[in-house]
Write a protein that binds this ligand. Sequence first.
Ligand code: 13P
Ligand code: MG
Ligand code: MG
Length: 391
Amino acid sequence: MRTTISVIKADVGSIGGHTMPSARMLDSVRHDVADAIDQGLIVDGFVCHTGDDICMIMSHRRGKGDADIHRFAWDAFLGATAIAKTYGLYGAGQDLLVDAPSGNLRGAGPGVAELEFDLLEAKHRQAESFMVLAADKCGPGAYNLPLFLAFADPMYCAGLMLPQMIKGFRFRIIDMDNVAGDSIIELDAPEDAYHIAALLRDNERFGIDAIISRGFGEQAAAVSAQRLHSIAGKYTGKDDPVALIRNQGIFPAPEELLSPFVKAHYVGGDARGSHVMPLMPVAVNTAVTGAYCLPIVSCLGFSMEGSGHFTDAHTDFFANPAWDEVRRRAQQKAIEMRSQGWSGAAMLPYSELEYGGFRDTVGGLVKRFQIEAGGGGGPEPTPTTVHVRQS
Ligand code: 13P
Ligand code: MG
Ligand code: MG
């Protein structure tokens, strides 16, 4: 049966600063999800949080981008926003960027990742298992490196050498600077691996939108790659992307998918969305309360039975003690980077800094520069002619 998994997450308010949503907010969204199951809108649903972002994971039969599903998620976030406002929580409704979304929530603020497939019908897919990655205090391309390594590099995923994966994977990559619409290029690994890397190295501009098995034509992964500040025209918090990944069989196994996260690689985000800090894997429902916040990522695993139910039980991958060592390394890397303060690589370049904050400070100062007498000609510097990123 054609089945869709929709993962929709948003920051609509948090306690004591940008740490985590309140229990009342989560209860409200869980209550809405239970109602939606009763009314038959969705088959199953699960609600959790990563840092200050509430994540709704839902299965249904309505396909990707369905207006009713997206409106339902929006209304659930509005309900949680009202609670956040009542209790004076920080950033109430932060990620709800438009007054009313026109059907699809992509571009309206919440992160959306969706996969649609024939559930348990294909010979090559007799069990359906999937993982949900949710990151907080992170730029949109936080998954670029780990997903490239998992789906295109046998050093991380030896399974790529198996017959069911040896044809490789197709990467759909989105240019997030193009706000006219979803601007996509499709490139095939392994042949195009260097071209894929050439794009994915720029985590702020290019992001993985989807990954598809070339051997079977089945979609393996969907990522909510978009740039909130490009869409909103102003800084509205970090993108905090979610990813939905099917695993096992014709796709990489969980350990192959997660092995690149051992790096705790540096990503854009962290405090005021303007720093470069390591991505720390954490258990689901972790608050952001560490020193200098730290970008975090959680990972849940689910299995799905024939009717589309999946919440009977779940696995919290990063809760395993094996990840304690990675967390320590991430914290060490963070301390090293923080010892550099505001200098150079420790903060994002001018073009990626928090809109309306650091940029205003620098822009105001740039206007005060003056060419000294006898110092030569040339155009007057403006904020946009200083420090523009070379693309
Ligand atoms: P959020 O997007 O998680 O609200 O974080 C934004 C920020 O600026 C953190 O300092
Ligand atoms: Mg927030
Ligand atoms: Mg957040």
